[in-house]
Ligand binder design. Structure first.
Ligand SMILES: CCCCC/C=C\C/C=C\C/C=C\C/C=C\CCCC(=O)SCCNC(=O)CCNC(=O)[C@H](O)C(C)(C)COP(=O)(O)OP(=O)(O)OC[C@H]1O[C@@H](n2cnc3c(N)ncnc32)[C@H](O)[C@@H]1OP(=O)(O)O
Length: 164
């Protein structure tokens, strides 16, 4: 199990359901019982860097035998966004930049690493990269801003939506 950093923990934080590989599941993936993006394993290292093991499912193929770019962007959003969660902090993506360095082969093991560059107020600046296993060639890089939220975030959104 990942080791949360107590310093950042919110007292009303609720742990999301996780797979046996430790992968936190979003809303739709809870029903499926697995991450639909193909993330198999997730852990937080003692140095604060989060590690993910995954493979692009054939269903996410874009060009021949390579991932659709939307899959790559989604995976980077997902994995980088799990870093606050691994530290028991609820957040949402406010900004995300992705560099597509090399085509990502489908059904080949890849790894994503994610780390916190800095925190300012409620903003977490997070960066990460996707590499091909076992050699470690860089396939994609990403960076972005995650904004911490309290548990009322989605209820406030529903109230806002009802007025639109
Ligand atoms: C899918 C959502 C999942 C969320 C987690 C939920 C449950 C957890 C359980 C299991 C989850 C498991 C897996 C899922 C994990 C990750 C999935 C990937 C992550 C996502 O898929 S997530 C969905 C996409 N994402 C959104 O749905 C956000 C829509 N958007 C908003 O909800 C607002 O736009 C918001 C909240 C961003 C701002 O809220 P607001 O408008 O009230 O802003 P406000 O003025 O109060 O600013 C407050 C602070 O944000 C800074 N700030 C504002 N905008 C900024 C920007 N663009 N860039 C940089 N910083 C910005 C200000 O500078 C200030 O910073 P400071 O406080 O430090 O001064």
């Amino acid at each position: 199990m990942p080791t949360p950093n107590a310093q950042w923990a919110g007292s009303d934080f609720q742990e999301p359901p996780r797979t046996t590989g430790g992968v936190a599941l979003c809303g739709a993936c809870r029903a499926a019982g697995a991450c639909r993006l193909g993330v198999d394993k997730e852990r937080l290292g003692a140095d604060g860097v989060a590690w993910f093991e995954l493979a692009c499912p054939r269903s996410q193929e874009g060009g021949p035998n390579v991932a659709h770019g939307g899959w790559t962007a989604s995976v980077m959003d997902e994995c980088l966004g799990h870093l606050p969660l691994l530290n028991r902090v609820l957040s949402v993506t406010a900004e995300l930049t992705v560099s597509f360095v090399k085509p990502v082969p489908v059904e080949r093991p890849v790894q994503v690493r994610a780390w916190v560059e800095r925190r300012e107020g409620s903003r977490w600046y997070i960066a990460g990269e996707m590499t091909l296993l076992p050699g470690g060639a860089v396939l994609a890089r990403a960076s972005g801003v995650w904004v911490t939220r309290d548990p009322g975030h989605f209820a406030r959104h529903e109230a806002w939506l009802a007025e639109q």
